[in-house]
Ligand binder design. Sequence first.
Ligand code: GLP
Length: 248
Amino acid sequence: MKINNLEIKIFKDKAELYKEAANEVLEVIKKEKKPIISFATGGTPKPLYELLIKYYQQKIADFSNLTSFNLDEYLGVSEDNINSYSYYMYNNLFNHININPKNINLIKGDAKNIKREIKRYQKLLKKNKRHLQILGIGSDGHIAFNEPGTDPNLGVHIIKLDQQTINDNARFFDNDIEKVPKEAITMGISDILYSDRIILIATGKNKAAPILQMIRGSVNNLLPASHLRNHDNVCIYLDSEASNSLKL
Ligand code: GLP
């Protein structure tokens, strides 16, 4: 089903959702000689990464030609910090598949010269159009760390996290809001849109409100994910809870 330029897929069974999302990745790595995929972090894509690891172990998937990017990183957080998104990616995916470490592109959150780091990453993003961008969505409608109000034309930039995002992410920091970094470096919305295909996965009732606004509301800066409607090849993967408010 297509609503407002977004293809919508609703799954009663979450296992089916992740299987189909994993198939998107398989298709890209099979079809492209030099596949380029940008990954997301957070709780939502974890089951997808588990499946990809399983497919690698079963020799169904070969990641040797894959070039990866990631959406964002906490500012000032080093890659060996267990809460960094770099750590997350190695721990949840890269350490368990045959991706060439040389082809892993991550933002260095604790780079001495942040301006230079942003420029470096931006240049790589411009040079390497993604075949597939995997996204989650924040409960305030953010994608990557583009918080409500962000200019969609911005490229890679530093952002101050919204209180809601800090609260949501406290679960990864012993439920201690004080421990959550207050700033991050993120791809801009324009960078996210620079991909042949984009899939956004949302599960659980927490995501029903931003999903409804993204799909049915207007395209506006206060709901960053709504800008996905300006891209012609976006698919939204929803479980029943996240799709509940759509009343289809
Ligand atoms: C984080 C990340 C986003 C992610 C979102 C949702 O803040 N920056 O890329 O999509 O939050 O996370 P979760 O999947 O854990 O709900």
